[in-house]
Design a protein around this ligand. Structure first.
Ligand code: BGC
Length: 745
């Protein structure tokens, strides 16, 4: 079978060389082999390459369309998603290369978001590590496992900036900050795609959801997005651009409209910005049925019009909508679209199939041996544990952590203490709960726990009002030296289509904590969740509070490493945690306004009933040790835009433990032609300092760091004063002032 396939494409290649080499000389972007293939394709086969269907393996959207095997045979579907494992993909690929007329291999995609089988923390959790190398590595491992299971393409990274924790999909991104989000986007693309596909251990990355999907009005998924071009370009677009600059080969459109135009029909986004400004030369796929949805958006009278709008805007592949396959031919007849546009899309798609080697070997990614030796091997499990430890954020500690040697009896209280299902998190794809280490198992099996006696009790469910077990919890507290309470969300409470207007811990879990606290024993609260929650009362009722997100396969071991002090926590929040839903959106890089907050007078920007600030700010996170920062220094206080500015700071570990600190550098432009944020993250470094150790940390800043869109929407610098802050979170006031001088004056 393989031989027949090779013979077919060898002949094609031979004919191509003689026939089309002139065409290639004229246009180097045209590959002879691909041009020849396109020249043999019928219109239906071309539209088939532009069509992506889900299999019936699982569902990630509202409509499942059957009959995909017939579509593969007739060449009317060139890519499938929700299709994985060597057995399944091999079976489908055989249909394509043995039974379809042109034998063009299928592309297999899947939402491999934070792990394939070895699950890593949810992306928002990983983002809390601020550890770019580690995130690149976890992306590589997930790609490697998925590629060994027959997959070619993941719908990741999701790089949507979001300032709204009501939106359930914050769990899938990197939080609220453009700079951190861009760095993480770059790291994840590098991890997923690497430099080549030679070893079939990488996947094609798909940056999503282009654009501004993270800013739906009211935090409600799929809702409208309306923002100025300035905010779009300064805050929301840079992470997509960073991912594309890092080499991402595909881009997914978003469901939402931006300024009145749905993204899947936006020429401004898909052609003007993506292709013309950013020079993106991969292919654009829609989100799930988002072409069809342009009818509901009310910008297309019917599905044919919607398809034509999408193609003319710059979409190459239709996910699950069957609009390209079934509806857009009419546009060719009446001249609203041209065959050259269809050819251009087919060309982009085939080029990527060729790039990953599918024409040489359509089964390149499907090897039983590789699947067996790669999935969940020891190195992957230990990488997951390491990533999980680094993703944990210590939010409060009255000194009871790490757990002292004098603690002999611990009472562990669920709902989430022995949970596995929820700890692998939303968007866990093919990840399996049975491979997950629960908190209780992690605590018990750690060698540091050998003298500790554990009791555990289920107090309530995650949701609901049932408090009937509270009394039995109360009765068991007296014997304990320490109580560990694991509360939070179930995995379906954050993620797609999981927006919430109230983001407190659900059910009676907070009451449980209050009841336990009243008994007077030291309480460590572990929160497991997908989004920032309102944690004011939880904080007050805990002696120590840990944000553990959904940490993946090694969750329990990683939390135990932190609780016993085997690992000193170093995570920092990538998104602000509000005090109350009424503050949303609350984020660190807001503008100062004409009436900045002033507690001593009435007439300025504030709430009457609450501070403006979040409960926990962006960049915040404690360690078992503490770091002392000296005042920042600069190599020159007056500098011009073409000079580099070196800003540095001396820090010292003044606590009792070795530990890692994330040193954060923010700037503030004091006077500009447009209002500027009160602070913007521009650089950060992670440094490990032994107890008592001092280090000087330096950052190099350049013109880009001081640039912004001016009043005429031109990108560049303006002379004037800037404050440069260096500290341990976004609340830092540790600053030095510098002046950007105009060299010509
Ligand atoms: C989601 C995408 C996802 C796609 C395919 C959509 O509903 O918005 O992020 O990649 O489904 O599963």
């Amino acid at each position: 079978m393989k031989n027949k396939f090779f013979a077919f494409f060898a002949i094609l290649l031979f004919i191509s060389c003689s026939k089309n080499n002139i065409a290639q000389k004229n246009d180097p972007s045209k590959d002879v082999f691909i041009e020849n293939l396109i020249s043999q394709m019928t219109l239906d086969e071309k539209l088939g390459q532009m069509t992506l269907f889900t299999t019936d393996w699982e569902s990630t959207g509202p409509t499942i369309r059957g009959g995909y095997e017939d579509d593969i045979k007739s060449g009317r579907c060139g890519a499938l998603f929700n299709s994985h494992t060597v057995d399944f993909t091999t079976r489908l690929q055989k249909i394509a290369v043995e039974q379809s007329r042109l034998k063009i291999p299928l592309l297999f995609g899947y939402d491999v978001i934070h792990g394939y089988k070895t699950m890593f923390p949810i992306p928002l959790g990983e983002a809390s590590s601020w550890d770019l190398k580690e995130m690149e590595n976890s992306a590589y491992i997930m790609a490697k496992e998925a590629a060994a299971s027959g997959l070619h393409w993941t719908f990741a990274p999701m790089v949507d900036i979001s300032r709204d924790p009501r939106w359930g999909r914050v769990m899938e991104g990197s939080g609220e900050d453009t700079y951190l989000g861009s760095k993480i986007a770059e790291a994840r693309v590098k991890g997923i795609q690497g430099n080549n596909f030679d070893k079939a251990d990488r996947l094609i990355a798909c940056v999503k959801h282009f654009a501004a999907y993270g800013a739906p009005a009211g935090g409600r998924d799929y809702n409208s997005v309306d923002m100025s071009d300035r905010v779009l370009r300064e805050t929301y677009l840079p992470p997509y651009k960073a991912a594309i600059d890092a080499g991402a080969l595909t881009v997914m459109t978003s469901f939402n409209d931006v300024d009145g135009v749905p993204a899947s029909g936006s020429k401004y986004l898909l052609t003007d910005i993506l292709r013309n400004e950013w020079k993106f030369d991969g292919f654009v796929v829609t989100d799930y049925t988002s072409i069809n949805e342009m009818v509901s958006h009310g910008v297309a009278a019917n599905e044919t019009d919607a398809g034509i709008l999408a193609l003319n805007a710059g979409v190459d592949m239709d996910m699950q909508g069957a609009i390209f396959q079934e509806k857009i031919k009419a546009g060719l007849q009446d001249g609203r679209i041209k065959i050259a546009q269809i050819d251009a899309s087919v060309r982009r798609i085939l080029q990527i199939k060729k790039k990953i080697g599918l024409f040489e070997d359509p089964f390149k990614f499907s090897s039983k041996e590789r699947e067996k030796e790669t999935i969940m091997n020891d190195a992957h499990i230990s990488a997951s544990r390491s990533m999980a430890k680094k993703s944990i954020v210590l939010l409060k500690n009255n000194g009871i952590l790490p757990i002292k040697k004098t603690v002999n009896q611990i009472l562990v209280v669920r709902p989430l203490a022995d949970d596995k299902e929820n700890l692998i998190g939303a968007w866990s794809g093919s990840g399996e709960a049975r491979h997950c280490v629960s908190l209780l198992s992690g605590l018990k099996q750690n060698p540091l726990a050998k003298n500790i006696v554990f009791n555990y009790v289920k107090a309530c469910e995650i949701e609901g009002n049932d408090k009937s077990a509270f009394e039995s919890v109360k009765n068991r507290i007296s014997g304990a030296d320490l109580v560990i309470v694991a509360i939070g969300e179930s995995k379906d409470m954050s993620g797609e289509a999981a927006s919430k207007a109230q983001i407190r811990i659900p059910g009676v879990q907070e009451e449980l904590l209050k009841m336990i606290r009243a008994e007077g024993k030291p309480v460590v609260t572990i929160v497991m969740n997908g989004r920032p929650l309102i944690l004011g009362d939880v904080k007050d009722n805990s002696d120590a509070l840990i944000e553990a997100w959904w940490l993946g396969s090694q969750a329990g071991n990683a939390i135990a490493d932190v609780l016993y002090g085997d690992y000193n926590p170093s995570g920092k929040l990538p998104i602000s945690f509000p005090r109350h839903e009424g503050q949303i959106p609350v984020y660190y890089n807001h503008k100062s306004t004409g009436r900045p907050f002033d507690p001593t007078s009435k007439w300025n920007t504030k709430y009457l009933d609450m501070p403006n600030t979040p409960l926990f700010s962006f960049g915040y996170g404690l360690s078992y040790t503490s770091f002392k920062y000296d005042k920042p220094m600069v190599n020159k206080t007056n500098f011009s835009a073409d000079e580099k500015l070196i800003a540095s700071v001396n820090i010292k570990n003044i606590g009792d433990y070795d530990g890692e600190e994330t040193i954060q550098l923010y700037i503030r432009d004091l006077v500009a032609s447009v209002t500027r944020p009160v602070k913007e993250l521009k650089a950060f470094k992670k440094e490990f300092l032994k107890k008592g150790e001092s280090k000087t940390i330096s950052f190099e800043l350049n013109k880009e760091d001081f640039s912004f869109y001016n009043r005429e929407m031109k990108w560049g610098t303006e002379p004037g004063e800037f404050d440069i802050f260096i500290g341990s979170d976004s609340d830092t006031q540790n600053a030095v002032r510098v002046t950007l001088i105009n060299k010509n004056k």
